[in-house]
Design a protein around this ligand. Structure first.
Ligand SMILES: NC(=O)c1ccc[n+]([C@@H]2O[C@H](COP(=O)([O-])OP(=O)(O)OC[C@H]3O[C@@H](n4cnc5c(N)ncnc54)[C@H](OP(=O)(O)O)[C@@H]3O)[C@@H](O)[C@H]2O)c1
Length: 243
């Protein structure tokens, strides 16, 4: 049976690279994109390279969009093997003392409520798989271990919304993994935390030191685990990292 994967925010960056790599394994890829035109462009590129890919218009901040996306995927398959909650919003790098509730809300809507909306909506399809997996694309910025290490450059960036949203996503990953032992649910960060590196994408104005292929190594590793694979872990390109 063909392996199926839905990737949110897959029109560019790490999501697109994950679609390219998992599609290259012969998987059927449901490519999530909040913007239909950007998504179509990505789908056309992948299809030209032989990937079995379906465009799914999906804004993770909208219940209606998530419900419509579920219907699209259901029209193609009775099971979803892998869900990659990749879509993410960086926010505006506002300092803690200047952060408004609106700023927090917008970032949490995409990075925290989004993965919960999408995971819960797709859970019945995931449970129809023999080996359901969910990959939460988090960040080292959401790790207490990293943020309490003064040698980590990210501790000097005085920002609130993005880092706290990814910390929340980490706890959400743990709570899902505990509650759903039949599903492998893991968090990944695209970088190499010990080396202070991350992947060059639009989100960081391409300042990252790693390629998107390197940045998706942890994502692809946890998307392709067997039913005896880990659950409730947090990994980067080099292995497990501190929560
Ligand atoms: N690059 C890194 O090294 C790094 C490090 C740590 C964590 N991450 C995480 O990796 C994930 C991918 O980021 P990236 O680096 O690949 O950045 P990117 O190139 O900016 O891609 C972000 C993707 O998320 C989508 N998105 C944003 N809000 C959305 C929404 N409401 N609904 C659906 N899609 C939405 C974007 O769509 P549009 O094109 O429409 O804006 C885009 O497709 C994010 O969760 C990010 O926090 C990245």
């Amino acid at each position: 049976m063909t392996t199926t994967v839905l990737i949110t925010g897959a029109n560019k960056g790490l999501g697109y690279e994950a679609a390219r790599r998992l599609g290259g394994l012969g998987w059927k890829v449901f490519l999530g994109s909040r913007d239909e035109a950007r998504g179509r462009e990505a789908v056309e590129k992948l299809a030209a390279d032989g990937v079995d890919v379906v465009l799914v218009q999906l804004d993770v901040t909208s219940d209606a969009s998530v419900a419509a996306a579920l219907e699209v995927v259901r029209g193609h398959t009775e099971h979803l093997d892998v869900l990659v909650n990749n879509a993410g919003a960086p926010g505006h790098a506002v300092t803690p003392s200047e952060t408004t509730a609106d700023e927090l809300h917008a970032v949490f809507d995409a990075n925290v409520y989004g993965p919960v909306r999408v995971t819960n909506a797709f859970l019945p399809l995931l449970r129809a798989s023999e080996n359901p997996r969910v990959v939460m694309v988090s960040s080292a910025a959401g790790s207490f271990g990293v943020m309490l290490d003064p040698d980590q450059p990210v501790t000097k960036m005085h920002e609130l919304a993005y880092s706290s949203s990814k910390a929340a996503l980490n706890m959400i990953t743990v709570r899902y993994a505990q509650a759903l032992p039949d599903v492998r649910i893991n968090a990944v960060t695209p970088g190499e935390t010990a080396k202070h590196t991350f992947a060059a994408t639009d989100m960081n104005q391409h300042k990252g030191q790693l390629t998107v292929t390197e940045g998706t190594d942890s994502l692809v590793r946890l998307a392709t685990i067997g039913s005896d694979g880990p659950t409730g872990t947090f990994e980067d390109r080099l292995g497990s990292i501190d929560w």
